[in-house]
Ligand binder design. Structure first.
Ligand SMILES: [Zn+2]
Length: 195
């Protein structure tokens, strides 16, 4: 790891967190589409990739698919975490649920904080889209690595520059990584598939 790298440090309150059934169904519906396209899933070595989240209305809190859930085809409530608060500079967050929030939660958090009308964020992996749109779509600083405060700050600089409530960003320092955001989960998904 590069010098100055701040290790992601979640405080995990391991207690059940209940969300409504419709929201869980919506998560599963979008995930099924993403899995079918290979944008979310599990690498041959068993490491899951891709995550989705939705904002809790009128707050910067959000519900996100848990760490290491990429390989699970249909999620239940135990696979979702509530992110209660984040400190991007210190790379810390507080999450609640039977699963811990992903270290990519910070990339989601910075979008909720800087784009007030964004209510959903989808992070996918696609080698093809990443290569096609690198520097064609807004692209984060290639020297800002995955899971670092620098990645979050680089995302912040782009969302402030583009001033849009929906879009797709290329994560320059996270090979194959893209992040889409919009006013709803379905609209965030459409941001990806229309590419
Ligand atoms: Zn990723």
């Amino acid at each position: 790891m590069a010098e100055g790298y701040i290790k992601f440090n979640p405080t995990w309150i391991k207690e059940p967190y209940v969300i409504n059934r419709e929201l869980l169904d919506e998560f599963n519906m979008i995930r099924t589409e993403l899995i079918a396209k290979g944008y979310l899933g599990q690498l041959p070595n068993g490491i899951g990739f891709g995550n989705i989240s939705v904002r809790i209305s009128d707050s910067n809190q959000f519900i996100i698919t848990g760490s290491a859930t990429g390989g699970i085809p249909v999620l239940d409530l135990s696979h979702l975490a509530l992110v209660e608060s984040t400190d991007i500079e210190k790379n810390t967050l507080i999450c609640r649920g039977l699963t811990a929030a992903s270290s990519e939660s910070m990339s989601h958090a910075v979008i909720y904080q800087t784009v007030p009308k964004a209510n959903a964020v989808i992070h996918i992996h696609s080698s093809q889209l990443w290569k096609s749109y690198f520097d064609q779509l807004p692209t984060t600083d290639p020297s800002a690595a995955y899971g670092t405060p620098e990645m979050a700050f680089s995302i912040e600089r782009l969302t402030e520059k583009i001033q849009s409530s929906s879009g797709v960003l290329i994560m320059g320092g996270h090979e194959d990584g893209l992040i889409a955001f919009s006013f709803s989960l379905h609209s965030a998904y459409e941001q990806i598939i229309k590419r």
